[in-house]
Design a protein around this ligand. Structure first.
Ligand code: NOJ
Length: 524
């Protein structure tokens, strides 16, 4: 029998380190805090943790601005804490994936400080992307080298004192590396080995499609940033990097893996990253982006499976992350009776877990946390926080610290009396892990039960999805002995035959009320 590597069917739990658990009372989560909660993750039933960046950083973009790739930021702990965490994670039977941020560093990285202190054309500048500007429309004015936009708004270029401009596809505190410089490539190979030697099981690669830019820096024009053959993302040269990284991962035992954050031009481009000598997985954001409708879910699932099928890679599924509005709130906003967001979140979990491949959960979804939409302006820290037409945008609302216990802030996140880095809502007492753990009707119990069912079925389910006829508002599919039924509509529908294993709402006979899912064994 072929051995199935651990990540192919894994349920991976994203830990947003700053908001998970604060052990030392500085109001921010840390590595020791994660160690103290591994029991929660084991009881939840996940297979692996993915840690967002914990490296030395000024946190201009929540740590995706790394100043030292080989050290832990003091607010999150020490390298010794990291080693202890790796040992504990493995002792709990879990795996550990860490984030790697190769597209850009922090502007406080030693290399960037050296670049600023060195003249145009110097070796120090060539580790980043510095270019001369273009003459502006009016005499004496200068424009950026081209029209590329930053993903966070405004131009992707900032001018320095001597008149050159540097590229940053994100915040100005995140200068892009020049991957055409072999020194950059070598540095990241060394960084990978540094963490592999410390025992990590894999990497989540940030902005994986961005490392190489069009060598001529041609304008984007009216094209979409991610359009085919565009100048910014998914240049062919990037694949050479991942081939080399794959060789390094394969030098280590224990099925070390890499998953890319790749926003592609289309399914074909996605497959390019999954060639057998490149990345093991890429995130497929299709479910997260789909609207609440059986047709939408069906179509994105079919397309997502089709995209990875020729590569032989396992698909991946996501509902929420530290970059998106929490799905309880997204589903609530999609309309329906008050409270429907939580019912839909329960249903969506069964869909996620019934699909082949691996599922990536975001911390707090097991508690049914909603997006926090009323953070005071002064508390917000996300660089893309802004008010657009009076509506608050930004990603802080999904990054509010987790409530663990007690009936008031900091709800066990920090030691008593400490104020967490983002304020926590006054009405979260019923959402704490402690309050939910012993409640059979809680979201936490639902997640534990669903994950336990998935574990029980592991190894017996075929990878293929067999679609069954279903009424318009519902989605039915089968994988061997498992049938998943999801009703996205308002009215009950008749279920396919089988014995219920789990259902996200009371069953009335064999009718499934609106907005629920059931997970069944087949009668075959
Ligand atoms: C994707 C990360 O998930 C996001 O949080 C970050 O802002 C950008 N990449 C830039 O690193």
């Amino acid at each position: 029998m072929t051995r199935i590597p651990w990540w192919r069917n894994a349920v991976v739990y994203e830990v947003y380190v700053r908001s998970f658990t604060d052990s030392d009372g500085n109001g921010e989560g840390d590595l020791q805090g994660i160690r103290s909660r591994l029991g929660h993750l084991r009881d939840l039933g996940v297979d692996a943790l993915w840690l967002t960046p914990f490296y030395t950083s000024p946190l201009a973009d929540g740590g995706y601005d790394v100043a030292d790739y080989r050290d832990v930021d003091p607010r999150f702990g020490t390298l010794d804490d990291f080693d202890a965490l790796v040992a504990d994670v493995h002792a709990h039977g879990l795996r550990l994936i860490i984030d790697i941020v190769p597209n850009h560093s922090s502007d406080r990285h030693r290399w960037f400080r050296e670049a600023l202190a060195s003249p145009p054309g110097s070796a120090e500048r060539s580790r980043y992307i510095f270019r001369p500007g273009r003459p502006g429309e009016r005499p004496g004015e200068e424009d950026p080298p081209n029209d590329w936009p930053s993903a966070f708004g405004g131009p992707a270029w900032t001018r320095v004192d001597d008149g050159e401009w540097y590229l940053h596809l994100y915040a100005r505190e995140q200068p892009d590396f020049n991957w055409r410089n072999p020194e950059v490539a070598q540095e990241f190979e060394d960084v990978l080995r540094f963490w592999l030697d410390r025992g990590v099981d894999g990497f989540r690669i940030d902005v994986a499609a961005g490392l190489f830019k069009d060598a001529s820096f041609r304008d984007l024009g009216s094209n979409d940033r991610r359009a085919p053959n565009g100048p910014i993302y998914s240049r062919p040269e990037v694949h050479g990097v991942y081939r080399r990284w794959r060789q390094i991962l394969d030098e280590y035992d224990g099925d070390r893996m890499a998953i890319g954050e790749v926003w592609t031009n289309g399914p074909e481009d996605l497959a390019l990253y999954l060639r057998p000598d490149e990345l093991h997985q890429v995130f497929q954001f299709d479910l997260q982006l789909a609207s609440w409708s059986a047709t939408a879910f069906h179509d994105v699932i079919v397309a997502a499976l089709k995209a990875v099928a020729p590569t032989g890679a396992a698909p991946t599924w996501v509902l929420s992350s530290h970059d998106s509005i929490r799905h309880v709130t997204r589903y609530e906003r999609a309309g329906g009776l008050p409270g429907i967001g939580r019912a839909r979140a329960r249903a969506a979990l069964l869909l996620l877990l019934a699909l082949p491949g691996s599922a990536y959960l975001y911390q707090g979804e097991e508690l049914g946390l909603p997006e926090v939409t009323d953070l005071p302006d002064g508390a917000r820290q996300d660089p893309i926080y802004e008010r657009t037409n009076g509506e608050l945008a930004g990603r802080d609302g999904c990054r509010v610290p987790l409530p663990w216990s007690g009936d008031a802030e900091p709800y066990g996140f920090s030691p008593g009396g400490v104020r967490p880095w983002l304020p926590m809502p006054p009405d979260w007492a019923s959402l704490t892990a402690e309050a939910q753990a012993s409640d059979p009707s809680s979201m936490l119990t639902w997640y534990r039960d669903a994950l336990a069912q998935r574990r029980r079925l592991a190894g017996v389910l075929p990878e293929d999805v067999e679609w069954l006829d279903s009424p318009g508002t519902a989605l039915f599919f089968r994988r061997g002995p498992l049938t998943c039924a999801l009703n996205c509509g308002e009215n009950p529908v008749r279920l396919p035959p089988g014995t219920p294993l789990l259902t996200s709402a009371p069953l009335y006979g064999d009718l499934l009320p609106g907005d629920t899912a059931a997970w069944l064994t087949s009668s075959r």
